[in-house]
Design a protein around this ligand. Sequence first.
Ligand code: AKB
Length: 342
Amino acid sequence: MRKEIVLITGANGEMGHGLIAHLGATKKYSIVAMDVQPLDDFLKPLCERFILGDILDLMLLGRLVSEFEIRTIYHLASILSTKAEYNPETAHRVNVEGMLNLLRLAVEQSSWQGRPVKFIYPSSIAAYGMPNLETKQKAGKVKESEWNMPITMYGCNKLYCEHLGRYYTNNYRQLAADHTKTTVDFRAIRFPGLVSSVTVPTGGTSDYGPEMLHHAAQNLPYACFVRPDTALPFMVMPDAIRSLLMLEAAPRENLSQLVYNVTSFSPTAQDFYDQVKGAFPKAEITFEPDLARQGIVDSWPAVVDDSAAANDWGWQPEYNQQRAFQEYLIPTIKARYANCND
Ligand code: AKB
C-alpha cells in the first residue's frame, strides 16, 4: 500500500515555510517536501520526507508516483519576476515545464486513485500587465479577467500555467477514446506581494516592502528601488497561507472559476517607509528608483478585486495594514532580530 501524502514543491521558499509550519502543526497530514535547496532544519521534523531535487527531474517524480499516494499537490516552486528576467529561458523551463511535469504527475495519480488529485497553485499579480502608469492609476480594482497582458517572463509563465491548470482540469485529452473526467482538480490564487516576519523573499520585484522592513530591523541601511508613491497590493504570510487552505477546502461546486484574486491592503512604498520608521526610528532608508524594476511594478495593479473569492469560498483577510504591521510584522521581527537592536 502506498502512503497518502501532501506534496509541497518549493518547500524551502517563503510560502513553503508558512505552509509546512501550519500543516505540520495540525499533525493531520503526512508531508513530502521537495526543493532544490536543503530544507531548513526546523521544518524537517514536520515532514514525512524531504527530497532534495528538481521538478525537471522526471526520474525523481516517477519514483514519487510509485512510492506515495498523493492527495494534494501545492506546487510552490518557481523563479520570481526579477530573477526570471536575468535568464528568461531558464525561468520558462522551471516555471512552465516544471508545472507540466507536476500536472502529468497529478493526472497519473488521479487515474490510479480513480478520484481527482487537488492541485493548488500560487499565481501572482504579475499575470497582469498595464501599459502605463496612467492606466494603472485609473484602473481601480482589477478583476481576474482584466489586463491579462504581462510584461515579464514570470508573469507570462504564471498566466500560461493558469491556462494549463484549467486545460488539465476540463479538457485534458478531450479527443481520446479513453478520455476520462477523472483528471486533476486545479485551483489557483493570484497573490499580491507577500510579507513574512520569518523569511525574506529573493528574486521578486515586490521585494522592496519586505526588504525595507527586514533591513531596518537588522540595523542595515536600505535603498528602496521604487518611487515613494508606488502602490501595490500586499498581504502578510498568515493570510496568504489561510487563503490557500480555504481554497483547498472549498467544495468544488462552489467554485465559479479556477483562478481567484486575494488581497488585503495596498500600501505605497511611502506607507511602508512610515510604518518601518515608526517602529525603527534609526532606520536608514533612501529611495533610489531602478527604472527597469519600477517599470515592472508600474505594470501591476495597485488594487485587485477579490469579490469572487469572497463570494465563492468566504475569503476575508484577517490583517489590514494597521494590524499587519502593529500586531504581526513589527513585534515578530523585533523579537527575531533582538540581538541587532542591542
Ligand atoms: C514577485 O515580485 O515576483 C513576486 C510576485 C508579485 O509574484 N513577489
